[in-house]
Design a protein around this ligand. Structure first.
Ligand code: ZN
Length: 476
């Protein structure tokens, strides 16, 4: 089995490399630990996702403040006086997963209107107009964040209304968020005038500038729900304020048809022509793209959020993620909102990504497990242009780390850790989630969110929504 052999060789070479670092780093038997650390994660299979894809059996991750200071074999722990140690008990230690596109507060609508034809204009927009308020966005957001922490997501990308409430929940939860206030061409729940989201976004961005966990963004909804003039203005505004742009792109058939008829362009060509394609843009979906669109996205250094489960549930074509990934395009995985993909974790996406692309290409070799894990970690970080700080376990990166249960039935035995992660892991296997050096969940207990209180509030919100739907929502 050549690939297995190769992985063993990689493990051995990783151990020898880190052993050299240790000997150069002043540790010797009997020397008292002199270096202070806040947190040491010990006794795990450390899937580093570094450039060499090193996997360290019995590895150790050392954290000080918000950063990882060292990753190596068990012996490095002796150098540090750690305030706290997390024993991984033979489990998998890996970079936190990155959800590159969601609408977290839509957990309040989870399960409403599934298995029906196109619902965006006939159900989702009217529901949101009638029901969305600050309270719903905050509690729905916190509920979704509990789900993400429980599933090992440490960074998420969100676009919704009252995005300052999403940010407030994010800070309480302790998650890392790239959060975009939605801008649309009609009256929104938080902005009575069309395009009012732009003004809202400006003050939201000012409020959260340079926040350690929250990166504010502009979120024009889609090419079909804003006019050209406003899209151009948003591109300029993003440059002026140095903000990312989040947008649904090449997702809908009518989006493609309208642009083809009116301009003779694909959605990607259109956005390029009006100045939206740039490293600032994180485009969600990219279902209807051709080879030259992929080359254009790559040339403009755009990030892409691949949400295959949401797309499959909407019976859309499979986005050409294999081509995108192989071309070097910045691509990560995404759940979409809970009204589209129903769950917000990324572990659940990974198995689908591997299998749907195999099915689509009729090729067992398509989308191998290691590539899927890459997209869920480093790929997501690259899609956000945050790969210098996120996406792998290495000294100098932010301490966003998760631990999976080594005693989980489906993770025993474990021959190839990438295969285990993609084909045999469930979000419930995550036991510990750490973001920015802070433990948000240990042994499945959340430390920042009172989940019982949140569930009580969600049930009350659910009853309110049920009553409103029973009475009739205008426009539905
Ligand atoms: Zn979406």
């Amino acid at each position: 089995m050549p690939t297995l052999f190769l992985r063993w060789r990689q493990r051995l070479s990783a151990l020898s490399v880190t052993a050299v670092i240790v000997s150069a780093g002043c540790s010797s038997p009997g020397t008292p630990a002199t270096t202070a650390a806040d947190l040491v994660i010990a006794n795990g299979t450390v899937v580093t996702m570094n450039d060499q894809r090193d996997v360290l059996e019995g590895g150790t991750v050392v954290i000080r403040g918000s950063d990882i200071v060292e990753v190596g074999p068990a012996s490095i722990a002796a150098k540090y006086r750690a305030a706290r140690t997390v024993d991984a008990r033979g489990g998998i230690v890996m970079p936190g997963l990155i959800n590159t596109h969601t609408h977290v507060s839509m957990t309040v609508f989870r399960g409403l209107g599934d298995d029906v034809p196109d619902r965006l204009r006939t159900l989702i927009f009217p529901l949101e107009k009638a029901l969305i308020d600050r309270e719903l966005v905050f509690w729905g957001g916190l509920h979704g964040m509990a789900e993400m922490i429980e599933g090992g997501v440490t960074t998420f990308v969100d676009m919704y209304y009252f995005e300052d409430e999403v940010a407030r929940a994010t800070v309480q939860a302790g998650l890392r968020g790239v959060l975009g206030e939605t801008i649309v061409n009609f009256a929104a729940p938080d902005a009575p005038e069309p395009y009012g989201g732009l003004g809202y976004a400006r003050s939201f961005a000012a409020q959260y500038r340079n926040h350690p966990l929250v990166t504010p963004a502009l979120a024009p909804h889609a090419p079909y729900s804003l006019d050209e003039g406003h899209l151009r203005e948003i591109a300029k505004e993003a440059d002026a304020l140095n903000l990312p742009i989040l947008m649904h792109v090449a997702e809908m058939t009518d989006e493609v048809e309208t642009l083809r008829t009116e301009r003779g362009q694909t959605p990607v060509e259109y956005l390029d022509a009006i100045g939206l394609l740039s490293p600032r843009l994180l485009a969600a979906h990219g279902v209807y793209v051709n080879d030259s669109d992929i080359a254009l996205l790559k040339a403009r250094d755009v990030g892409l959020a691949h949400a295959v489960v949401s797309n499959a549930k909407s019976a859309r074509p499979v986005a050409p993620a294999t081509k995108m990934f192989k071309s070097g395009l910045r691509i990560g995985l995404a759940s979409d909102g809970a009204m589209s993909g129903n769950t917000l974790d990324i572990i659940g996406q990974m198995g689908y990504v591997a299998k749907i692309h195999k099915l689509d290409q009729r090729d067992r070799r398509a989308m191998p497990a290691v590539d899927v894990v890459e997209m869920a970690t480093r790929g997501g970080a690259r899609a956000l242009h945050m790969e210098n700080r996120l996406g792998s376990l290495e000294a100098g990166k932010l301490a966003d780390v998760i631990v999976l249960d080594g005693d989980s039935t489906t993770l025993v035995p474990r021959y190839d850790v990438y295969s285990s992660l993609v084909y045999a892991t469930s979000p419930k296997d995550v036991v510990t989630t750490i973001v920015h050096g802070r433990v948000l969940m240990q042994d499945r207990r959340l430390t920042t969110i009172d989940v019982r209180d949140v569930r009580t509030r969600m049930r009350a919100i659910g009853r309110k929504i049920e009553d409103a739907v029973a009475k009739g929502i205008p426009g539905v």
